[in-house]
Design a protein around this ligand. Structure first.
Ligand code: PAF
Length: 282
């Protein structure tokens, strides 16, 4: 496995891989890798001749400087894991390498990027599109792998990929969960063991809501999820939105779309840590 830190080195290594006839899979990450990331890399390794993993905490997608400062960084452990699971190339650039000049581009894909995370974290998806489009332009992968925990991110990146005309197959990958049901996230490293137990109520409640949805309306189901979780000591729901699975536009009736997803953000614990998760109703 090669580890490169500059775009020039990346291009050199990629052209060697392409000369060997390899198809390229890209797994963009912000590091602090866990089994969820490993599942993306493992899938890419199966489906491509060579897998490139980017490890870069992208400052332009953080709207809260404290969140950026606290974001866990574990490069040595990340590189060791990636070597074990068969990545061919790791790209770990500095901020100056990725943004020699401030990125002034703006991306706008309403309603997909303007609801939920888009409304609560202004500029977040613009930053995601800035970095992902740069990575797509540099790596030119055949396939790119994203975890479904960030459901809305996949919808926004898919719109951007079509909009910018990238010939890249976006491959969504299932959420990986701890035995307790808690969706794996780099942010879980900021939770104590007790807080992780508390956080496991999120998925437990989302799963229960599948049964509730058979008898209750969209509004009633959403209310019950929010009330159930807010009743748990140490949890506070920021939003729970039941939405169209493609556009992310809120739905008011189950029959409104053939694809319906419930997306949730919950604050957990003393710090508190902001956790996201989702469930497919259909
Ligand atoms: O999902 C993430 O970790 C990030 O948003 C991504 C896609 C790597 C862009 O920085």
């Amino acid at each position: 496995m090669q580890i490169v830190f500059t775009a020039d080195e990346l291009r050199k290594q990629l052209s060697a891989l392409r000369n060997e006839g390899c198809t390229i899979g890209l797994v963009p990450t912000m590091g602090a890798l866990h089994a969820g990331h490993a599942s993306l890399v493992e899938r890419s390794v199966c489906e491509n001749g060579a897998t490139v993993v980017s490890v870069f905490v992208n400052p332009t997608q953080f709207n809260d400087p404290k969140d950026l400062a606290c974001y866990p960084r574990t490069p040595e452990a990340d590189f060791a894991l990636l070597e074990r699971i068969g990545a061919a190339l790791v790209f770990a650039p500095t901020v100056e390498e990725m943004y020699p000049e401030p990125d002034t581009r703006t991306f706008s894909y309403p309603p997909t990027d303007s609801v939920m995370e888009g409304a609560l974290r202004p500029g977040h998806f613009n930053g995601v599109c800035q970095i992902v489009s740069k990575l797509f332009g540099l790596v030119r992968p055949d396939r790119a792998y994203f975890g479904e925990k960030d459901y809305q991110q996949i919808a926004v990146v898919s719109r951007m990929t079509t909009d910018l005309g990238f010939d890249i197959d976006i491959r969504p990958c299932p959420i990986v969960r701890a035995a307790s049901g808690l969706a794996l996230s780099s942010r879980n490293a900021l939770l104590s063991e007790t807080e992780k137990e508390t956080a496991s109520y999120i998925y437990r409640t989302l799963k229960e809501s599948l049964a509730w949805s058979a008898a209750l309306s969209v509004t009633e189901t959403a209310r019950k999820v929010i009330d159930t979780l807010n009743a748990v000591d140490g949890l506070e729901v920021e939003y729970f939105q039941i939405a169209d699975g493609r556009t992310l536009e809120p739905v008011s009736a189950w029959s409104q779309s053939d694809s319906v997803v419930g997306c949730i953000t919950v604050y957990c614990g003393a710090r508190p840590v902001r956790l996201i998760d989702n469930i497919r109703y259909k």
